[in-house]
Design a protein around this ligand. Structure first.
Ligand code: UT7
Length: 325
């Protein structure tokens, strides 16, 4: 019996031109390249130019993904944008991207799960494709976190960057086996008891301002590895796989120490871990598709490879996805 799977046809990404190094940050703040690299693995991040919005980043990533997939924009009937930094409170930034791509049919909407946004968006698109409601989807993660950072707060502003990544997914009939291409399983979780540990101190309904990102870094760190590994074990159990079966581990890129500790706990070999946090910083919902694209472009991820994604962030939200490229 065949099953419908959401198969990745291609991916694309975009990073703003301007690079901000740790050394430059150290000239403005009481911090150092050494502290940032040791505690996070981050060496630099990209910063959107004035007038460059999340929709612009997302559109560029989407165009690159469409070109890589070799499909026409008009064949897309679903766009889900994962972002916490929309152009405006409404309408959804996904609609701006849809319009920029010249698409006037199907549906486009934003999804907000902060750093877990891409995994949540991928799972949502996968469910829509598997029901037959849509046939071809663009799943995008795009962020301009530089706009919500308190640039005087050294405990947060050194951590984040701007960027966008996207994948094109298509509903295809597969055999219903582990060898199938496409999304094999997704697992999403959230727990609002932790909502004050990583949040933005503003919003339309509360303060009528945009606000700035606030984080109890140590508290987030404390929960991260356990939450990440739990939801990956869920993916292994649902598919009868183990760390040995994984070709590539593409985690959310928040902190190299969290990634290393998670991979170590799960017995995932270091050479299977895709790392971009050193060059991109934490780009929230954009970090996974940016890392995916990096490893596809440099030839590491190939058709047929088993790829494990995970993310954890504000909410807390966390999730995993296992897919065959
Ligand atoms: O993507 C969403 C999920 N977010 C995350 O995963 C982030 C999770 N948290 C983290 O990655 C880490 O907690 C941080 C990188 C944010 C901080 O690392 P840490 O090892 O937990 O450091 P800490 O917060 O315990 O701070 C240690 C010291 C403090 O000084 P005292 O109190 O020991 O004197 C901080 O004030 O480091 C100080 N510090 C800094 N020093 C230089 C904090 N930020 C900086 C800085 N430069 N930028």
């Amino acid at each position: 019996m065949t099953v419908t799977r959401s198969v990745v046809l291609g991916c694309g990404s975009y990073l703003p031109e301007q690079i901000l190094t740790n050394a430059e940050l150290a000239t403005r703040l009481d911090t150092s390249d050494e502290w940032i690299v040791q505690r996070t693995g981050i060496r630099q991040r990209h910063i959107a130019a004035a007038g460059e919005f999340t929709s612009h980043l997302g559109t560029k990533a989407a165009l690159a993904a469409l070109a890589h997939a070799g499909v026409d924009a008009q064949s897309i009937d679903l766009i889900i944008l994962a972002t916490s930094t929309p152009d405006n409170t409404f309408p959804a930034t996904a609609v701006a991207i849809q319009n920029a791509l010249g698409i006037h049919h199907g549906a486009a909407f934003d999804l907000q799960a902060v750093c877990s946004g891409f995994v949540f968006a991928l799972a949502t698109a996968d469910n829509f494709l598997r029901t037959g409601a849509f046939k071809r989807a663009l799943v995008i993660g795009a962020e301009t976190f530089s706009r919500i950072l308190d640039w005087n707060d050294r405990t947060t502003c050194v951590l984040f960057g701007d960027g966008a990544g996207a994948v094109v997914l298509e509903a295809r009939q597969e055999a219903g086996e582990l060898a199938d291409r496409g999304v094999l399983t997704t697992h999403l979780r959230s727990d609002g008891r932790h909502k004050s540990k990583l949040y933005v101190d503003g919003g339309p309904s509360s303060t009528q301002t945009v606000g700035h990102l606030r984080m109890e870094g140590r508290e987030v760190f404390k929960h991260a590895v356990g939450m990440i590994t739990d939801v990956i074990v869920d993916a292994f159990n649902a598919t009868g796989t183990s760390a040995a079966d994984i070709d590539w581990f593409v985690p959310h890129q928040a902190n190299k120490r969290i990634i290393d500790a998670s991979a170590h706990k799960l017995h995932i070999a270091p050479e299977k871990v895709v790392l971009t946090v050193d060059r991109h910083g934490n780009t929230s919902a954009a970090s996974i598709p940016l890392a995916l694209c990096t490893a596809v472009t440099d030839g590491r991820i190939e058709t047929g490879d088993l790829v494990l994604l995970e993310a954890m962030g504000g909410g807390f939200t966390w999730g995993s996805a296992l897919l065959r490229w």
